[in-house]
Design a protein around this ligand. Structure first.
Ligand code: GDD
Ligand code: MG
Length: 323
């Protein structure tokens, strides 16, 4: 009897500039989504056949190593560092020694409802060299855009100029790739798989896997909030003795609340202490303390406090990050 296991590469480079100042202290992949770091969530979501998650890391290497050191999350974790950012393609190629066959690759900042098992079935059935998950959007210009004909990707454009997009189907940042595609990437060089490899493989064994549900590139404050609420799903905390819960909400077991109204769509992190606060459509990160405030559409923390009328100047509406 032969057991076959597969590897998944998660691309977790990048500075997370649009999520500053949060990413000054926490590298983006370790930012929590409903109280679980983004990258850990991604690893845990892998189907069983994937026993190894390879993390292609540059920025935030120490934090990542520290986080995963000795932590059992049900899969083997291999951290592969880059001295210099190698781009999406270069980073994958840098992981080549750790893969054994068909490999799944994820952009580490994407949160989606993709069914990887279904995608893998299609990949095997079509005999594709590569299968790209595809998502339909109204404005595709800030993404990778494909032309899809009879299931095959016949052209690939990365961030096309507005008006020149081939379709509304975008690259959703989840791939199944055969080793021969990774072998096309020169090693030790900065290479964008989207700009330098996919346009070449298009029309020659590259397939698309359109899916429905949700797709969020969680790189901005607004989309980070949305990704949190999607990750929370419908399984919020049922009750907390210091809070009245409205709709979907999640309160970490170590949080201490008194006379608060939490939700709908609110996530309270570990070590938070709040009294007389109303929290809606917001994420409160670890060790925040708050008093007497209404908080809406905000990301707050970690390790800050807010109080009474100060909220106005501390917290701006519409998903701003406040310290
Ligand atoms: N290790 C490593 N090294 N990772 C990297 C590097 C690098 O040099 N550069 C980027 N990454 C990681 C990022 O951290 C992110 O998880 C992923 O690769 C994609 O990079 P982004 O910088 O987020 O690209 P994007 O969002 O502009 O575009 C990509 O994603 C879109 C979907 O969200 C492209 O793949 C588009 O084609 C796609 O539509
Ligand atoms: Mg991105």
């Amino acid at each position: 009897l032969q057991c076959i296991y597969m590897e998944a590469i998660i691309l977790v480079g990048g500075l997370g500039t649009r999520l500053r100042p949060l990413t000054h202290t926490i590298p983006k992949p370790l930012l929590p989504l409903a109280n679980v770091p983004m990258v850990e969530r991604m690893v845990k979501n892998l189907p069983e056949i994937f026993d190894t998650a390879i993390l292609a890391v540059n920025y935030g290497l120490n934090e990542m190593e520290t986080y995963f050191d000795g932590r059992d999350i049900g899969k083997r974790i291999v951290i592969v560092p880059e001295d210099e950012p190698l781009g999406t393609g270069g980073a994958m190629r840098n992981c080549f020694d750790y893969i054994t066959g068909t490999t799944a690759v994820f952009n580490g900042d994407v949160v989606s409802s993709i069914n990887l098992e279904k995608m893998l079935k299609q990949h095997v059935k079509t005999g594709a060299k590569g299968t790209l998950a595809l998502w339909e959007v109204d404005d595709p210009s800030r993404f990778g855009v494909v032309e899809l004909k009879n299931g095959q990707i016949t052209q690939f454009q990365e961030k096309p100029e507005k008006g020149t997009e081939l379709s509304n189907l975008i690259n959703a940042g989840t791939y199944l790739l055969e080793p021969e595609i990774l072998e096309m990437i020169p090693s030790g060089k900065k290479i964008s798989i989207e700009r330098e490899i996919y346009p070449k493989v298009a029309g020659n064994g590259l397939y698309g896997f359109p899916f429905e549900g949700y797709f969020i590139d969680s790189g901005t404050p607004e989309s980070y909030l949305e990704a949190n609420f999607k990750s929370l799903g419908k399984n919020g905390t049922a009750a907390h003795k210091g809070a009245s819960i409205r709709g979907n909400a999640l309160i970490h077991e170590s949080a201490k609340l008194k006379d608060c109204i939490i939700g709908s769509d609110a996530i309270i992190g570990p070590g938070v202490e709040m009294e007389k606060c109303v929290i809606r459509k917001s994420v409160i990160l670890s060790n925040v303390s708050g008093y007497g405030s209404v908080v809406e559409e905000c990301i707050i923390g970690p390790d800050v406090s807010f109080e009474n009328d100060l909220t106005r100047s501390l917290i701006s509406p519409k998903g701003a990050i406040s310290f």
